[in-house]
Design a protein around this ligand. Structure first.
Ligand SMILES: N[C@@H](CCC(=O)N[C@@H](CS)C(=O)NCC(=O)O)C(=O)O
Length: 266
C-alpha cells in the first residue's frame, strides 16, 4: 500500500470530493490542512506540489497528484477493490461527461461562495492585506474576478453569472437523479462525490429551499441519503468548522431574497 498524504482544506468543495472517495475506499491517509483564508495555498513549499495554488493535492509516495476529479480516477485505478464508478463503457462515458460538467461549474460555485459569504469575512481585513493576498492568485482572470466580486458583491457580473449557472446546475442535477438513487451507478460513487459538495455549499449559504421536498425532491432525497452515510461524517462534517457555517449562513440569510430574485430573473 502506498503512503498517501492529502493536502486539503476542511470546507473546500474539491477537498470534500477526494476525502469522500478516500473514506469510501477505506484508505488511510495523512492529513495536512491548508488554511485558505490565511493564504497557505501560496506558500512556496506548497506550490512546488500544486503550481495552481489550490487544494487538494494528494501525495502518493513521492508523487504529487492534483485536480480532484483526476485524483478520484487515480484512486479508483489504484485501489479498485471497492468500486466507485460504473464498469459499462457507455455509463462510464456518461459519468465522466457529468464530472467534466461539474468541473466547469466549480468556479461558478466559487463566485457565489465568495460573493455571498467569504467576501464579507475578507472585508474585515485591511485593503492592503486584501490587495496583498489577491496579488498572489496566479491566474489573471481569477484574480480580476476576485477583485470585482470583493468590490461589488451581488452586483458583480461574475456573481450574477454564478447564481444563474447554479440554477442550471440544480435543474440538471434534479433531472439526472430522476428515477435513480445515485449518479450513474448502483451505489454512491465518483459522480456523487463530485457533485454533493455544491449542494452542501448552497445549504451552508442558506439556500436549501432550492432543493426541498417540493422544489427539487430528487436532490432532496439524494442529499438526505448521503447525510446519513458514515463517510459523510468522516469526510465532511468533522472537517467543517461550525463557526464558519454559522457565519456563512448568516450572510446567506441576509442576502437570500436578492439571490433568489437574481435566480428567477435569468
Ligand atoms: N480544478 C481544481 C480546483 C481546485 C480549487 O479551486 N480549489 C479551491 C478550494 S475548493 C482552492 O484551493 N481555492 C484557493 C484559492 O482560490 O485561493 C480541482 O478540482 O482540484
Amino acid at each position: 500500500m502506498s503512503d498517501l498524504t492529502l493536502y486539503h482544506n476542511g470546507p473546500s468543495t474539491c477537498s470534500q470530493k477526494v476525502r469522500l472517495i478516500l473514506e469510501l475506499k477505506e484508505l488511510e491517509y495523512k492529513s495536512k490542512l491548508i488554511d485558505l483564508m490565511s493564504g497557505e495555498q501560496h506558500d512556496p513549499e506548497y506550490i512546488k506540489l500544486n503550481p495552481n495554488h489550490v487544494v487538494p493535492t494528494l501525495v502518493v509516495n513521492d508523487d504529487a497528484l492534483i485536480e480532484s476529479s483526476l485524483i478520484n480516477e487515480f484512486l479508483e485505478d489504484a485501489y479498485p477493490e471497492i468500486s466507485t464508478r460504473p464498469s459499462d463503457p457507455k455509463k462510464l462515458h456518461q459519468m465522466r461527461l457529468w464530472v467534466k460538467y461539474i468541473d466547469s461549474y466549480h468556479p461558478q460555485c466559487g463566485s457565489i461562495t465568495y460573493g455571498i459569504g467569504v467576501r464579507n469575512i475578507l472585508l474585515q481585513k485591511s485593503q492592503e492585506e486584501i490587495d496583498h493576498e489577491v496579488a498572489k492568485i496566479p491566474d489573471l482572470i481569477k484574480r480580476r474576478n476576485r477583485v470585482d466580486l470583493l468590490e461589488k458583491g451581488l452586483e458583480a457580473p461574475i456573481v450574477i453569472e454564478g447564481i444563474q449557472q447554479s440554477k442550471i446546475f440544480l435543474d440538471r442535477l434534479e433531472n439526472e437523479l430522476q428515477g435513480h438513487d445515485w449518479l450513474y451507478g448502483e451505489s454512491f460513487g465518483i459522480a456523487d462525490a463530485a457533485t454533493i459538495p455544491y449542494i452542501i455549499r448552497m445549504d451552508q449559504l442558506a439556500l436549501s429551499s432550492l432543493f426541498n421536498e417540493s422544489s427539487r425532491p430528487n436532490i432532496c432525497s439524494w442529499y438526505r441519503k448521503i447525510q446519513k452515510m458514515d463517510i459523510f461524517q468522516k469526510a465532511v462534517t468533522q472537517f467543517i468548522p461550525q463557526p464558519l457555517v454559522t457565519i456563512l449562513n448568516k450572510f446567506g440569510e441576509d442576502q437570500k431574497d436578492q439571490v433568489l430574485t437574481i435566480m428567477e430573473n435569468d
